[in-house]
Design a protein around this ligand. Structure first.
Ligand code: NAP
Length: 679
């Protein structure tokens, strides 16, 4: 289905064959040359094209349109994933590896598509946080909002996850409304190119939304400005050189770096050999060492074990590593394929030699291993290597050298404080895991180590069946880490979308903010409903439309009946003396839930109509007690409307319950699902 020897870029709306290619790309399995990249592309024109075509087209869509587009793209890719697996073998990936890379990338898109529709408005402006009241009478308000940046998102990706690495950046940037220039790593870029081909072939992307640079970015970073974003994944050395580009510094171009990381995993001092946590620890470490042949930014490089159990862990790990099947990635029995290139193998061996300065090799070899179904010399095969470092307090290299392959080092610790100290020696990491059944250990690690890690992963017998694994960044959770890990964040749900948007504080009157946000805000104009809003279909309801109900008196019989009926005989409703003794009340008061129920009784229209269901209630506050003899009325205002399906949408209503003195006694947001037509 794909031509593996085609290394064209996609620029200005067309595929462009490499001119003057000078960097060969090899199969990870056979070492055979697949093709070459290089030459020059007019990257400045590509940026202009993205800005004049892709940007406006994406920004014309609202968040929900873009979320729907991302979902459709993900489903299209999912339909073609088997062809992608085939191509992925040539990068050294087994099917299990491809499921992380390809399915993981598609899954990330689906999560963003879903979050975009659930957590972002059906509009063009994203409110960031709550409304701030900036004046005494509520006539001057503030709201943080985000709008898409007007430049391009430049993605420079690492070789190890050519698909996930691209899609985890593309999903949030597309959702934000920014076009992308994607530059995959040269050695595995052919797989990223296949995914881009599919996305373009789907016809779902607007012209200019995605362009692809196979090869280097040329002078691209020299022409970016404050409306562009660079998202880099790769080594710390490349990150440093790219983020120091004078133009990037001069124009304060956003630069996120996801770089190498000396991630650690710690066995809790509470865990004994033979316990479920002990086996879980060995399983997680072994999996992290061999998945993607250890070419994972999140892989466990440092294994911290209570000193008395060091040998037991070493023995258990060694037993697993000894039976790990290394071979051709397409073979069913293969658990670990080759590295992505023989150059990478040289690099991993060189880094491992540096680690061996301060640690003993206790499993594996620097020699090329025996493998099944492939020529281990020609392909980029390597043996897993387990080191053990007797004195991790003194050793340097085990805490600073990343061998980007199936390489990890065991190290003993004396007590939990010592373990935490060792975890932190990585100088900032993407993830640290702790396998413990003791919540006190977890709490100590969070306090002692949280500031040094982007993610802390705790696992034990309770969560092991459903846990997602030390090494899996999830779209819902932040991916990134301080210091050595790059000091940046990606993903983390809608947080990740905001990296491609500008946050602006807007201030003004309630009417002004209401019009900007497309949401009724308290204090903005209200329009008296022409007819009961519950009798009107979704589309005819207007934002700001309001009904004020008739009053209803609350009697002592109501309170007693409600108490008996619901079983809520709380003393504040039933015992005059006890209620009086309470600092909040001067006597028996009505139940808050009685007020809510009576409020509904006041505003609902009883007949079948467009309101299909009451789906929730947010931000409820009871603000003043209601006593027998008081009467209440409700003001219900259409706050926001969001289409959900082809048949119905969600209406958010602002409800205020007042007493006979026009004092607010309760306030909340009510959610209903309303059909598009009267039924
Ligand atoms: P790399 O050598 O730093 O390359 C990363 C990317 O930068 C590649 O696309 C590379 O392109 C590009 N690049 C290099 N020099 C460039 C330049 N002068 N101008 C523009 N682009 C340039 O890293 P890698 O070997 O691909 O990846 C391995 C490293 O990535 C490991 O250290 C790993 O820990 C880290 N990593 C981190 C994460 C994370 O999320 N934190 C994820 C994956 C990997 P070429 O391929 O064309 O050279």
């Amino acid at each position: 289905m794909f031509d593996i020897n085609n290394f064209s870029s996609f620029a200005l709306g067309e595929w462009v064959a490499p001119q003057g290619a000078n960097r060969d790309v090899h199969s990870a399995i056979t070492g055979k040359v697949l093709g070459a990249v290089g030459g020059t592309l007019d990257v400045e024109a590509m940026r202009d094209y993205a800005k004049t075509h892709g940007g406006p087209a994406l920004r014309a869509l609202n968040f929900h349109d873009r979320a729907r587009m991302i979902k459709a793209l993900a489903l299209y890719l999912r339909d073609h994933r088997r062809a992608l697996y085939e191509l992925s073998f040539e990068t050294g990936a087994t099917i299990a590896d491809s499921k992380i890379d390809i399915d993981g990338g598609i899954g990330t898109m689906l999560v963003y598509a879903s979050k975009g529709r659930r957590e972002m408005p059906e509009g063009h402006i994203f409110p960031d946080g709550d409304l701030e009241v900036l004046s005494r009478d509520g006539s001057f308000l503030g709201q943080h909002i985000c709008t898409p940046l007007r430049g391009v998102a430049v993605q420079i990706n690492a070789f190890n996850f050519p698909v996930w690495g691209m899609l985890e950046k593309l999903a949030p940037s597309l959702l934000a409304g920014m076009p992308s220039l994607i530059k995959p790593a040269t050695s595995t870029g052919f797989l990223a190119q296949a995914v881009v081909r599919l996305m373009l072939q789907s016809g779902l992307l607007p012209d200019g939304a995605v362009q692809l640079i196979m090869g280097r970015t040329g002078p691209l970073l020299d022409v970016l400005d404050c409306q562009d974003v660079v998202g880099f994944t790769g080594s710390a050395a490349t990150a440093l050189s790219l983020r120091s580009t004078p133009n990037i510094l001069k124009n304060s171009v956003r630069f996120t770096a996801e770089q190498d990381s000396l991630n650690g995993s710690l066995l809790g001092p509470d865990v004994m050999p033979g316990s479920p946590e002990f086996d879980l620890f060995v399983t997680e470490v072994h999996r992290e060492m061999i998945t993607k042949a250890g070419q994972k930014c999140t892989a466990i490089r440092r294994i911290m074990v209570p000193k008395p159990h060091l040998l037991a862990v070493q023995t258990a790990l060694t037993e697993r590593l000894a039976v790990t099947q290394i071979g051709h990635p397409a073979l069913k029995e293969t658990q670990m394929g080759p590295l992505s290139s023989t150059r990478q193998r040289q690099d991993v061996l060189a880094q491992s030699r540096l680690i061996s300065d301060s640690a003993d090799l206790v499993f594996g070899s620097f020699e090329v291993p025996d493998v099944t179904g492939a020529d281990a010399q020609k392909g980029a095969f390597i043996s897993p290597m387990l080191f053990s470092c007797a004195d991790p307090d003194v050793a340097q290299s085990v805490h600073s050298i990343e061998a980007f392959g199936p390489v990890a080092t065991l190290m003993p610790f004396a007590d939990i404080d010592h373990g935490i100290e060792l975890l932190n020696r990585g100088g900032g990491s993407l993830v640290a895991s702790v396998i413990t059944h003791d919540p006190d250990v977890a709490r100590k690690v969070v306090l002692g180590s949280g500031a040094l890690h982007g993610r802390l992963y705790f696992n034990d017998r309770t969560s092991q069946a459903e846990s997602t694994g030390h090494g899996s960044p999830l779209p819902h959770m932040v991916h990134g880490g301080p210091g050595r890990a790059g000091g940046s964040e990606e993903l983390g749900g809608i947080r990740g979308v905001k990296h491609f948007m500008q946050r602006t504080a807007i201030q003004g009157s309630p009417d002004m903010l209401s019009a900007v946000l497309g949401t009724w805000v308290k204090g903005a104009a209200q329009h008296t409903a022409e007819s009961h809003p519950f009798t009107r279909d979704f589309h005819t309801l207007r934002i700001g439309e309001t009904i004020n109900t008739a009053p209803r008196e609350i009697t002592i019989d109501d309170i007693e009946h409600f108490a008996k009926f619901t079983g809520d005989n709380f003393y504040a409703h039933m015992d005059e003396d006890a209620a009086k003794a309470n600092p909040f009340f001067s006597g028996r008061v009505a139940h808050g839930y009685l007020l809510l129920s009576f409020a509904a009784g006041l505003f609902v229209d009883p007949n079948p109509g467009p309101v299909l269901a009451n789906t929730g209630l947010n931000a409820l506050s009871f603000q003043k007690p209601v006593e027998a003899g008081d009467s209440i009325n409700v003001q219900l205002t259409v706050k926001r409307k969001t289409r959900r399906t082809d048949e119905y949408g969600e209406v958010r209503w602002h409800a205020i319950v007042r007493n006979q003195e026009a004092e607010q006694v309760a306030e909340y947001e009510l959610l209903t699902m309303n059909s598009y037509s009267e039924i």
